[in-house]
Design a protein around this ligand. Structure first.
Ligand SMILES: [Zn+2]
Length: 142
């Protein structure tokens, strides 16, 4: 069976879903949020229940700009998970967000080639409704 986005099931699902629920709920609304420490005001990503800067447990989810730059990328021809093999080739990238954190995602909306995707290329978030339950933040050229 394939999803509307063409993925073969079963898809891998996030761990620690209870803590990251605000992130996934926002993605479903096509909004990007990031965890930020209420004590020292630093953003962090991946989501952690403890601030990696000051070890506070007082974390809030705040709207993010959705803007950033490609920090690093690779073009995947052999997917690490079989659910994504039909999507190859695709761009697996580390995005440096304007908030100062890095997020692993995909670059979409351009050809998955080194001629089209460049390190330091400005990108903006877009949302991929991969299933009725799950939406993934991805990035396209800005
Ligand atoms: Zn902190």
């Amino acid at each position: 069976m394939t999803t509307s986005a063409g993925y073969r099931k079963p898809l891998p699902y996030p761990e620690n879903r209870e803590f990251t629920k605000p992130f996934w709920d926002a993605a479903k609304r096509h909004e990007l949020v990031l965890p930020r420490c209420k004590q020292c005001a630093m953003y962090h990503f991946y989501p952690r229940e403890t601030c990696p800067n000051c070890f506070s447990l007082d974390i809030e989810w705040v709207p993010a700009s959705g803007r950033g730059r490609v920090y690093a990328f690779t073009i995947v021809h052999q997917a690490a998970h079989p659910a994504f093999q039909e999507e190859t080739p695709y761009v697996h990238a580390v995005i440096q967000l304007d908030e100062g954190v890095r997020m692993i995602s995909n670059v979409v909306g351009c050809a998955p080639t080194p001629e089209e995707v460049k390190v330091d290329m400005p990108v903006v978030v877009t949302f991929d409704d991969v299933t009725p339950e799950w939406t993934l933040p991805k990035f396209r050229p800005a």
